[in-house]
Design a protein around this ligand. Structure first.
Ligand code: IMP
Length: 199
């Protein structure tokens, strides 16, 4: 079975590929949507991760007859009223670096004692212009006062995960995927595939 991942983010694609290999689903070929880099991405106009995941999955399913999935994910910080939320990738502007977003987050949290937040990931699955399902995952953590570690991407160097006493920027891809929002959502996707994927 072919399953196209609709993302150009190399960090996310690394995690998806690893998960597919570990899923134990025989014959599953998880690949990036062909030519996705040449496709203009849809506008992420949703107010929630759920809405954006559905927008993306439906949009990209128009470019192939195969099953596709798209995810929307980000960081919610309690002391910032859930920001950056759906604006996680463009927190400090459009076409910005992870470092710029991290700097702004640190700045906005400078005087905050409560540094609790969570990563959330919602995956939409679609085929032939129809949304088939959405699944999600979340992981709770604390925002550090300075970056730590050089693994992962995005806000990973600022996201401390108490159960492992380490920050996501210090974890290997495998260790992060065991506990992450995306790992949870992708495992839910594979459970759905095993139960009810169209053949
Ligand atoms: P999206 O590509 O529109 O879903 O935006 C997701 C953004 O949320 C990324 O660019 C990162 O800034 C942030 N993000 C989502 N998942 C992770 C993660 O696993 N680690 C670090 N940052 C993440």
């Amino acid at each position: 079975m072919i399953l196209y991942a609709c993302s150009t983010n190399p960090g996310k694609l690394r995690e998806f590929t690893l998960a597919a290999q570990q899923s134990g689903i025989t014959g599953l070929e998880l690949l990036p949507l062909p030519n996705i880099k040449e496709v203009t991405p849809p506008e992420e106009t949703g107010a929630t991760f759920q809405e954006n995941a559905a927008i993306k999955a439906l949009y990209y399913s128009g470019f192939t007859d195969e099953l596709v999935f798209a995810e929307d994910s980000g960081l919610e910080v309690d002391a910032l009223g859930g920001e950056p939320g759906v604006f996680s990738a463009r927190y400090s502007g459009t076409d910005v670096t992870d470092e710029a977003n991290n700097q702004l987050l640190l700045e906005n949290l400078r005087h905050k004692l409560n540094r609790h937040g969570r990563f959330v990931c919602v995956i939409g699955v679609a085929k032939g212009g129809k949304l088939l399902t959405t699944v999600s995952g979340a992981v709770e953590g604390e925002i550090l006062r300075a970056p730590q570690g050089s693994n992962g991407f995005g806000y990973d160097p600022l996201f401390f995960y108490p159960p492992l006493n380490q920050c996501f920027g210090e974890l290997t891809t495998e260790a992060k995927f065991e506990v992450s929002h995306r790992g949870k959502a992708v495992r839910a996707l594979f459970d759905w595939l095993k139960r009810s994927a169209p053949r």
